[in-house]
Design a protein around this ligand. Structure first.
Ligand SMILES: Cc1cc2nc3c(=O)[nH]c(=O)nc-3n(C[C@H](O)[C@H](O)[C@H](O)COP(=O)(O)OP(=O)(O)OC[C@H]3O[C@@H](n4cnc5c(N)ncnc54)[C@H](O)[C@@H]3O)c2cc1C
Length: 579
């Protein structure tokens, strides 16, 4: 190989999996380079909620255990998965959490029910969140980290942490104080206002990635932007490096110990969606960054004989899209994950039938859309139908509650394209081409369920997760309110995604396997570049970033252990590098 540069480890992709791989490899004394195809680093992870699902994390005294975590996962997962990989995850989660804690990351468990709270072993303390980060600690790399979507910011400007997001979006207790504090902090930050509009207060995924990259940069690791993986270089049956391209120039970089593929999923590659997903959907319905994850690393792996697993699925989330303000030729995606389960609303397919407990988790909602589309051909999109009470109180995708965005402020181009409105349900049904009698019957049944508090069809509002996003002022069931106050509205909901669930088949140590089940020496994968350890399931909030980081951590210990001749399991517990 004629490579001008050599590192112990080359990491492809700079999201949560890539950042953790680089951090752990560097902490293990290995030389590392991250190559990132986009003009900014951080991947989808930096735009995300930054929640990590870490069972048995042991961050605070508690009674979660390996056994309870396995009990939950075994009850949850209903497709074949690699049992040792699942166990490696449950064992690795507390180790990775302890590593983050030892570096001083301000992480802690949120109160967030697992997504299937009725299953044995479920808990409400496995979703770990990170406190805010001061972006200016990253120095010149501050503006180069991928920014959270402005649509997730308050008035497209002010960063929100998760408690603020939930308080303000549902106008919960303390929302006015939170609102005023955010404005005060932003406008009195004179130093940063001189640089630009970007809020230095990194929250959610930006905070997590801020802390990770602070540690990565302290260890001297370079993130090389605009540098795209083209091919994996193989010598004597082992991966020895990568060919990358940068503004059209191709060159090789040698990796003496490992290439770690952490280049995300294939959600922005329509050909791969069409090849793998049962209901392919459209790339533009994905809520990950458009210029990032197109499956090049998956294809590069396939070209050298790597196997894949769980590629027939995505991390689904209901979304709707609208033109971006001030750049109306572009559309932006709005997530509707929590909106679809709020009271005074119902979701129907194009036959006017319900198909799911709308208050379930977003991934389960998406699974139901896909299943209904396969069964009826009348879903993707479906309709979120709601009344004036809902419109007053809650967001509907990109439409803020009418107290903030009254109907007269909704642009004329939005009506009858992105939102539909009518004085009667029958008229609304005509506008959205849903059979009027069926819609009336569905709404009438929902109104009966709202009165009794029991959704006899799908059990909406029947568990802690559902109720978390309900309205506590609505009784007897916070997820069920009558849909009876005109005008009536409808918003089309797509089967959007947060990324794809399947990828290269990696084993319990993150090593990529070939189609014969043999390890491909020198090649590792983590995050959405690899198969979901939970098969087709999303166990709880943080169920994608948790495994991304845990398997990156495990993999880089495996690389370091291979050097010392021991397996990772035999290695003594390591002290993280001090900085
Ligand atoms: C709004 C939003 C909120 C979310 N919230 C959460 C949450 O709170 N918890 C959770 O668990 N999940 C969440 N998700 C999902 C989660 O963000 C992703 O599943 C996760 O970040 C994937 O991490 P990753 O490291 O595998 O990939 P990414 O973070 O997407 O990083 C992959 C990187 O690889 C780069 N890349 C791609 N191809 C190449 C190539 N050929 N060469 C070089 N580089 C390449 C990409 O540009 C990208 O930077 C959320 C998603 C969204 C959109």
């Amino acid at each position: 190989m004629n490579a001008g540069e050599t590192y112990d480890v080359v990491v492809v992709g700079s999201g949560a999996a890539g950042a953790m791989a680089a951090l752990r490899a560097a902490s293990n004394g290995l030389s590392v380079l991250i190559v990132e195809k986009a003009h900014k680093y951080g991947g989808t992870s930096a735009t995300s909620g930054g929640v990590m699902w870490l069972p048995n994390h042991q961050l605070a005294p508690g009674d979660d255990s390996r056994e309870q975590a396995m009990q939950y996962l075994e009850a949850l997962i209903d497709v074949p998965v690699q049992r040792d990989r699942l166990e490696a995850y449950v064992d690795g989660a507390p180790q990775m959490a302890s590593f983050l804690q030892s570096l001083g990351l301000p992480i802690g468990a949120g109160v967030w029910p697992d997504y299937f709270p009725e299953l044995p072993g479920a808990r409400a303390d496995r979703s770990v969140v990170c406190d805010t980060f001061d972006g200016r600690r990253l120095g010149r790399m501050f503006p180069l980290m991928r920014e959270q979507y402005t649509r997730f910011k308050l008035f497209r400007r002010y960063s929100l942490d998760l408690p603020e997001f939930f308080a303000i979006s549902a106008r919960g207790p303390g929302w006015i104080q939170a609102f005023l504090k955010i404005l005060w902090r932003y406008w009195t930050d004179f130093g940063t206002r001189r640089i630009g509009a970007r809020d230095r207060r990194f929250t959610q995924g930006a905070a997590l990635m801020g802390y990770l990259y602070d540690e990565v940069f302290k260890r001297g690791v370079e993130v090389r932007l605009e540098t795209k993986l083209e091919e994996l270089l193989v010598e004597d049956g082992a991966v020895r490096g990568v060919t990358v391209s940068n503004f059209g120039r191709r060159y090789d970089i040698a990796a003496t110990r490992a290439v770690m593929l952490a280049a995300g999923g294939f959600e922005w590659n329509q050909a791969l969606r069409d090849r793998f997903l049962p209901v392919p959907g459209l790339t533009r319905h994905s809520s990950s960054p458009e210029d990032g994850n197109r499956g090049e690393a998956l294809l590069a792996g396939e070209r050298i004989g790597a196997d894949t697993e769980h590629t027939g699925d995505a991390w689904w989330i209901p979304t709707m899209h609208m033109p971006t303000p001030r750049t109306s030729n572009f559309e932006e995606i709005h997530q509707a994950a929590f909106d679809v389960g709020r009271p005074h609303s119902v979701c129907v397919n194009r036959n006017g039938d319900r198909f799911v407990n709308e208050a379930c988790s977003y991934d389960e909602f998406g699974e139901a859309m896909v299943a209904d589309q396969l069964a009826t051909g009348a879903n993707t999109p479906c309709w979120l139908v709601f009344d004036a009470t809902f419109r007053d109180k809650f967001t509907a995708g990109g439409f803020m509650p009418s107290i903030i965005m009254p109907d007269w402020r909704v642009g004329v181009d939005r009506w009858d394209h992105y939102i539909f409105k009518a004085d009667s349900l029958a008229e609304l049904a005509g506008k959205i081409n849903v059979p009027a009698a069926k819609l009336a019957a569905t709404v009438s049944a929902m109104n009966g369920f709202a009165r009794s508090g029991v959704d006899e069809q799908f059990g909406r509002g029947g568990n802690d997760y559902d109720r978390m996003f309900g309205d506590p002022t609505v009784t007897p069931n916070p997820c069920l309110g009558p849909i009876d106050r005109p005008p009536f509205y409808a918003v089309p909901i797509n089967s959007g995604d947060l990324g794809t669930k399947g990828g290269l088949k990696a084993d319990a140590r993150g090593r990529v396997l070939d189609t014969q089940g043999q390890v491909i020496p020198g090649l590792y994968a983590a995050g959405n570049n690899s198969g979901n350890p939970f098969g087709n399931r999303y166990p709880g909030a943080g169920g994608t970033i948790g495994p991304a980081m845990v398997f990156a951590y495990i993999a880089m210990d495996d690389v370091a252990a291979a050097d010392s001749g021991a397996t990772a399991d035999e290695q003594p517990a390591e002290e993280p590098a001090t900085t």
